[in-house]
Design a protein around this ligand. Structure first.
Ligand code: AVJ
Length: 324
């Protein structure tokens, strides 16, 4: 469970260790279409690069989501109600949740869940000093796995899950439905889910969002190979892989790949993995929904869409779901 020792202050630490990282990388790179799990992007450098992505002009998601939150926070806080246990999946730098922390009434506790232990520790410290009265229980975990949740000291009226940023878009449709089912079981019958869902739009907008001019997204994508080199003693030559991202309208998703610029091989755990020139490693999907599609998936997982807030151009949605 514990693999680095730096996480000693997190009592709920389920971060996948080196063994499962290695196993997943080997499985992914042996598939006919090579792939790597996108949740491994977020090591210390990857989390930092993602923060820079969020500041890019082209990457519209954080700005639009924040403006939706700002515009409707009162109504959101009313729907959510008092004495709530707030759980956030993929809390990252905890920037977005501050709107909620500032406006919810009598919050019982906040549980940030994230795969990036370093960042989780850092923001937990910051929150403790900024919100001295708030009970915060960080959990380091891959939020698709099942794990025990910390119990807050005060009684809880209901559990509300916050899942912003369209992180749900990283999941294929069936895993996304399973994830919502999992959230429904965590929530219990009185619970709710506040979720950011990115919407279908002009592919040109999507293209520039995932192919920024500064090349930060490319660096973020390539960092995955660097991490594998460092943590798993592999020998990817980064200069021979190129970032490639495009919108696949048939599947309603942006796909990120790393394309091999020549015939080459890498070595991992005494095994050789070959790449032909032009062959790709598929590193991420970002699904884009329309409201009906998302509503159907939510319904299949036991949720009813109670309220949807959007920006004027209808590029992004924040949705409030309750148990059916
Ligand atoms: C954090 C998963 C929502 O898919 O848009 C940003 C990650 N990848 N640029 C997304 C990401 C490339 C992002 N999510």
């Amino acid at each position: 469970m514990q693999d680095e020792g730096v996480g000693r202050t997190i009592s709920y630490d389920f971060k996948p260790g080196r063994e499962s990282f290695l196993a997943e990388v080997l499985i992914g790179l042996r598939k006919p279409q090579k792939e790597l799990p996108s949740r491994y992007f977020y090591d210390e450098r990857g989390s930092h690069l993602f923060e820079r992505i969020c500041e890019l002009e082209e990457y519209y998601i954080p700005r639009i989501e924040a403006s939706i939150m700002q515009a409707h926070i009162k109504e959101m806080a009313e729907l959510i109600g008092p004495h709530v246990l707030l759980i956030e999946y993929g809390s990252g730098n905890c920037e977005k949740v501050r709107f909620l922390l500032d406006h919810l009434h009598n919050l019982v506790a906040y549980i940030p869940i994230d795969i990036s232990r370093e960042q989780l520790l850092q923001v937990t410290k910051e929150l403790a000093s900024e919100y001295p009265k708030l009970e915060v229980h960080p959990v380091c975990a891959d939020y698709l796995s099942s794990f025990d949740l910390p119990a807050p000291k005060r009684p809880t009226e209901r559990v509300v899950v916050y899942f912003p940023g369209s992180t749900i878009g990283n999941l294929d449709l069936i895993p996304a439905k399973h994830f919502l089912e999992h959230v429904a079981s965590v929530c219990g019958t009185a619970g709710a889910l506040l979720i950011g869902v990115d919407l279908k739009k002009d592919p040109a907008v999507l293209h520039s969002a995932y192919n920024d001019k500064e090349g930060i997204t490319a660096a973020f994508n390539l960092n995955l190979l660097q991490r594998i080199n460092r943590e798993l003693d592999c020998d990817f030559q980064l200069e021979w892989f190129q970032h490639y991202a495009f919108y696949n309208p048939r599947e309603s998703r942006v796909e990120m790949h790393l394309v091999s610029q020549r015939d080459q091989a890498v070595h991992l755990n005494r095994k050789t993995i070959s790449f032909a020139k032009g062959e790709s490693i598929w590193t991420e999907s970002s699904y884009k929904y329309n409201l009906d599609e998302f509503e159907q998936m939510a319904a299949a997982a036991g949720f009813k869409v109670e309220r949807v807030w959007m920006d004027e151009r209808q590029w992004f949605s924040v949705q409030y779901l309750v148990i059916r």
